[in-house]
Design a protein around this ligand. Structure first.
Ligand SMILES: Cc1ncc(COP(=O)(O)O)c(C=O)c1O
Length: 383
């Protein structure tokens, strides 16, 4: 079913051709409710009028220029983004892994400037996921992502258990340059991070001389009901990385940084496509839409509706429902991959986060009607 595309993803027997709102259509005209949104990417859904117009307008002006130069839209967007996030600088890349690579380099340079050779270790969390490049695989605290065939891996990463107070007592010292966390772990199982624990861990990391990196690639741009999930946890990271929802489907990543982490100088890090005018124009429109009154409140009520409805079914096969905003995990008795396949056959796209965990990441603009229709399909597939 993959044609000549590299066989790295398990591909389902469906070919999509268009979408509208939170509904996708395949080449045979069959409709599907979308609870995946391109794995948390299409935050404004499909065919969003403002995003379509922006992209059409931008295409007729300029698609790409080199980072030798600035673009008017790049300057406008970065100014707006930094004002909202209260960060000092932003590096634009093309993906989450690249944003995290930039963050890792920033942390290592910060460590080098503030402790020399020995301050190089990044403390990350077990069950985390930070990307598929060699360094971001190493930051990822899951053994299955470190197979022997890709070795040797970059050194300098260690892992602690999330929400474990004992672990943070000894985790950070004068060899630590950064503490890196996802504010809700996505790929690792939709695991919630306790706010008090996160604040204490960040305090201890900073006391040891390290900086804090929040990987908001999946949680950023309103996914959890605040613009960034770090706000929800009450932590103020020196570095925030994002991608996925940032430009509503146009490939883009960003590494935002401030204060002590502001250590890049010209030539330290670059990307040919990073921040190109087409991607940034999309990001500018996404940010305007997310900033509209009631947008964030709706993400929260839509998420609550999904969680409450599923809990209310009282199905013995549903073991746990959790999440924040529209990032939802459901532990089930069945194999998640089998339910995912069954849902697709019945007109619902869902994702998984572990052998027995379903993950819902619907567009942030999903309507009550679309939620109800999708959940009806989900329930019928569980029974
Ligand atoms: C938290 C987190 N970080 C990083 C990444 C990697 O992003 P990308 O696939 O855009 O490289 C992902 C992707 O799922 C993610 O969820």
């Amino acid at each position: 079913m993959n044609g000549n595309i590299a066989n790295n993803f398990g591909s389902f027997d469906v070919v999509f051709s268009s979408g509208n709102g939170s509904t996708l259509k395949d080449v045979n005209g069959k409709e599907y409710i979308d609870f995946v949104s391109g794995i948390g990417v299409n935050c404004l859904g499909h065919n969003h009028p403002a995003l379509v117009k922006t992209l059409q307008d931008q295409v007729s002006k300029q698609i790409h220029i080199s980072n030798y130069y600035n673009s008017d839209i790049g300057l406008e967007y970065s100014k707006k983004l930094l004002a909202i996030t209260k960060m000092d600088k932003v590096y634009f890349g093309n993906s989450g892994a690249e944003a995290n690579e930039a963050a890792i380099k920033l942390a290592r340079k910060y460590g080098f400037l503030n402790g020399g050779e020995k301050r190089k270790t990044i403390v990350a969390l077990e069950k985390s996921f930070h990307g598929r490049t060699l360094a971001t695989l190493c930051a990822t605290g899951q053994e299955k992502f470190h197979p022997e065939c890709f070795a040797p891996y970059p050194a300098g990463f260690k892992y602690i258990k999330a929400n474990d107070y004992e672990a943070i007592k000894t985790a950070f010292d004068d060899t630590t340059c950064a503490f890196m966390l996802e504010c809700v772990q996505g790929e690792g199982g939709v695991n919630l991070i306790d706010s008090e624990w996160a604040k204490t861990a960040c305090d201890l990391a900073r006391k040891a001389g390290a900086i804090v990196i929040a990987d908001e690639v999946q949680t950023g741009f309103a996914r959890t009901g605040t613009l960034f999930a770090s706000e929800g946890l009450g932590i103020e990271p020196e570095i925030i990385t994002c991608a996925k929802g940032i430009a509503g489907g146009v490939p883009m990543g960003a590494c935002l940084y401030r204060g002590k982490a502001d250590v890049f100088v010209s030539g330290d890090h670059q990307s040919t496509f990073g921040g190109n005018p087409l991607a940034v124009s999309a990001a500018n429109t996404v940010l305007s839409e997310l900033s509209k009154p009631e947008f964030l409140a709706r993400v929260i009520t839509a998420g609550e509706k999904i969680r409450k409805t599923i809990s209310g079914w009282n199905l013995p096969c549903v073991k746990n429902v959790r999440g924040k905003g529209l990032m939802i995990g459901i532990d089930i008795e069945q194999t998640s991959g089998e339910i995912q396949k069954k849902c697709l056959e019945n007109g619902l796209c869902v994702s998984t986060a572990g052998a027995n965990t379903m993950r819902f990441l619907p567009p942030l603009v999903i309507t009550d009607k679309e939620i109800e229709k999708g959940l009806e399909i989900f329930k019928s597939c569980l029974m």
